[in-house]
Design a protein around this ligand. Structure first.
Ligand SMILES: C[S@@+](CC[C@H](N)C(=O)[O-])C[C@H]1O[C@@H](n2cnc3c(N)ncnc32)[C@H](O)[C@@H]1O
Length: 257
């Protein structure tokens, strides 16, 4: 039965929860070893800190998932809702992960051919096989294809796609120091007049600089129509997740090239 269920994973990797649990238990048990009291206190504090992180990320894992409000799905749907596309031609999903957005585009636009790329690194439990399996189960296996590539250097020609989407990826791209270059690379492969919808931590000044300046820069690249909305206006993100580093700085840039 399980083999027939889609698995879109969780933005809080299970590996991270397990690591935090191990560190909590390890430092907690070491604090009972009869060594100098200061060492024991430090170990106890470390254990408590890891426990707090564990509780926070377990809560996030829960609210992202199906039983906690499906915030992962709700946030992903914003990208689809904002894409100003008429569905003619080819679309690209950059950093597809488990294939959820690629599959979402394919289901919304049955006429389209959709490519999902990702580097599928060790940090996530996503893979190309997982994407292909999810697409087959969702009935869009023929309409989609998945390939390994980096968002920093897309293996596509200028203007190859009629539309491009991406969700919660650009800030993670390690092989580009300046994350604005990742946005530019994504727009490079969109044809003139094509549509785009990118969601990321665009409100983080540390990553992207001042938002107005980012939008001006994108317009200066010759992009005709550029809109920005903070995702918090569109999705009622739980208060505890509205912190920098989580979803506190998430926004969506969309428009036509
Ligand atoms: C938070 S997950 C989001 C996955 C998917 N877009 C979603 O919304 O469910 C971030 C994804 O970015 C991918 N990623 C990180 N750096 C990348 C890069 N340089 N090129 C392609 N994908 C990358 C990771 O492998 C991971 O799948």
């Amino acid at each position: 039965m399980d083999d027939l269920s889609v698995d879109y994973g969780n933005w809080v990797p299970k590996k991270m929860l397990i690591l935090l649990l191990v560190l909590t238990l390890l430092f907690g048990s070491l604090s009972f070893v009869p060594v100098h009291i200061i060492v024991r206190v430090v170990l106890g504090i470390l254990s408590a800190v890891f426990l707090l992180f564990l509780l926070y990320f377990y809560y996030s894992y829960h609210v992202f998932g199906a039983n906690g409000g499906e915030f992962q799905k709700k946030i992903l749907n914003v990208v689809l809702d904002k894409l100003p596309w008429d569905s003619q031609g080819k679309a690209l999903d950059i950093g597809t992960g488990s294939g959820a957005l690629t599959i979402g585009v394919a289901k919304k636009y049955p006429e389209a051919k959709v490519t999902g790329i990702d580097y599928w690194g060790k940090g996530w439990s996503y893979s190309q096989k997982m994407c292909e399996k999810n697409a087959a189960i969702e009935g869009v296996g023929e309409q989609t294809n998945f390939q390994r590539a980096s968002a920093a250097n897309l293996p596509f020609d200028d203007g190859e796609f009629d539309a491009a989407v991406s969700n919660f990826v650009f800030h993670e791209v390690r092989d580009a120091k300046d994350k604005r270059e990742v946005v530019q690379e994504a727009l490079r492969v969109v044809k003139k007049g094509g549509a785009f919808s990118f969601q990321d931590l665009f409100l983080s000044e540390k990553i992207y600089g001042e938002t107005e300046d980012l939008l001006k820069t994108i317009r200066d690249w010759g992009i005709e129509e550029v809109h920005f909305t903070s995702t918090a206006y569109l999705v009622d993100i739980p208060r505890l997740l509205r912190v920098p580093g989580m979803l506190g700085e998430i926004g969506i840039i969309y428009g036509k090239k």
